[in-house]
Design a protein. Structure first.
Length: 434
């Protein structure tokens, strides 16, 4: 039977949704308890207690629990162990596996809060705190969704997994990438993955753009500031490079458009950000500057590229401009150091998990789902590229624009609605209704 025609009995759905609504306080309490563990990354605080909060709760519901430390991955240490949790419960027989994956780390609170960022305060139907939106509210909703299926003793085939993983905010190398390298995000273990990142309750996020971070060092020759013609200024060399980028590369990038439904609209183009620039005297110098020609100037660039672009081309267009500066300016040379690369990834709109979420969003919210893609990357890249699993999307409660902001919150009604969508989607994907 084709997946789209698998309809869950309405009476089952009604019971499931009533159960989720009845457990509203429990859902808020779970999200609040997660927020109260300050899993700030970097450096990666309180990962183990947070993984245990999820793992021991689910163990009590019959899940098999594994705690997996991303040993050997960047950031892992005895002081800050990278502890992931993977929970799995088997259904009534063989079948597919639906996996809910959430990152437990949060970014630092920063300035500007009017409430305690780690208290989990509830006010006017919202739960406030660092990670409320990105993405502890989503983790809590996915746990409640699965618990409601168990509460109602719905005999699903296959298996359901829930994982809490580390370091998404810093690239996920000790988290999803580490697990994917060990088969945790591949067939036959897992068939469908939903990542409850905050992309808005009625949106299915198909994937994300790629990122290439690099540092460019322009190198010149030191000289006396009163006779700059006796040196070679690395800052002037960098200025020449930046002029080419401004006049040629930026206009070219603006013209490239992706077929991916990236939000906000401006991120459908290729983009480049100057992350930092520095040349000459050491940063933070005080007093009188020494009169020197700068022999070094460093620039960090953050290049976001499209699924239609090749990484080699992305690099080559930077190298060509650097080579031109080198040719035109005797005494100038450069180094290019690659810092980090993540490729773009996109799940097709007709993939099973996208269709199932779309059907259940329409049922729960009474409006069609919107397909979006993320301007920045998240853990989907590892599932696609390392796990070779392409039936994976992000879907969860939370307003994207609130992520990483002061006074971050999640709307409790959205957590309830997304829990319903996730529960019904899991049952739809697991099948067994014919
Ligand atoms: Zn996130």
């Amino acid at each position: 039977m084709a997946l789209d025609s698998v309809d869950i009995p309405v009476a089952t759905i009604d019971r499931l949704f009533a159960r989720i609504e009845a457990r509203r306080d429990d859902l808020v309490a779970l999200a609040r308890d997660l927020i109260r563990l300050p899993t700030v990354n970097p450096p990666g605080e309180a990962y183990r207690p947070c993984a245990e909060l999820i793992g021991e709760r689910l163990r009590g519901r019959g899940f098999a629990i594994e705690y997996l430390r991303g040993a050997g991955a960047p950031g892992d240490s005895d002081r800050h162990p990278r502890t992931n949790v993977v929970a799995r419960i088997e259904g009534r027989g063989p079948g597919r596996c639906v996996h809910f994956n959430g990152h437990i780390d949060v970014v630092e609170p920063g300035q500007g809060w009017t409430v305690d960022p780690f208290a989990g305060i509830v006010r006017d139907g919202r739960l406030y705190g660092r990670g409320a939106c990105d993405m502890k509210g989503g983790i809590a909703a996915s746990i409640l969704a699965v618990e409601a299926i168990l509460d109602e003793s719905i005999a699903f085939p296959g298996a359901i997994e829930i994982s809490g993983t580390v370091d998404e905010e810093s690239g996920g190398l000790a988290g999803v990438a580490w697990l994917a390298g060990r088969g945790y995000f591949s067939r036959p273990r897992v068939d469908h993955v939903i990542i409850p990142e905050p992309l808005n309750v009625d949106c299915v996020c198909l994937g994300h753009r790629g990122v290439w971070w690099a540092e460019i060092e322009m190198k010149g020759r030191i000289g006396h500031g009163s006779m700059p013609f006796l040196g070679v200024s690395a800052v002037r060399g960098m200025a020449a490079f930046l002029a080419y980028v401004e006049c040629e590369l930026y206009p070219a990038l603006d013209k490239r458009r992706t077929r991916m439904p990236v939000i906000p609209e401006g991120a459908r183009a290729s983009t480049l950000n100057y992350n930092s620039i520095h040349g000459g005297l050491a940063e933070g110098w005080a007093g009188v500057p020494s009169p020197l020609v700068a022999d070094s100037c460093r620039l960090v660039i953050d290049r976001r590229f499209l699924v239609e672009e090749k990484l080699d081309d992305v690099k080559q267009e930077i190298v060509e401009l650097l080579e031109r500066v080198k040719r035109e300016r005797p005494g100038i040379d450069y180094d290019l150091r690659e810092i980090m690369t993540f490729h773009p990834t996109m799940t097709e709109p007709d993939a099973p998990v996208v269709r199932a979420l779309g059907a259940e969003i329409a049922r729960v919210l009474g409006r069609p789902a919107t397909h979006v893609a993320s301007p920045g990357t998240y853990d989907q890249k590892h599932i696609a590229r390392i796990g070779h699993l392409h039936d994976c999307v992000a879907y969860g409660p939370g307003i994207l624009e609130l992520a990483h902001q002061p006074d971050e919150f999640v709307v409790i009604d959205d957590m309830i609605a997304s829990a319903k969508v996730m529960a019904a989607t899991a049952l739809r994907l697991l099948g067994g209704w014919d």
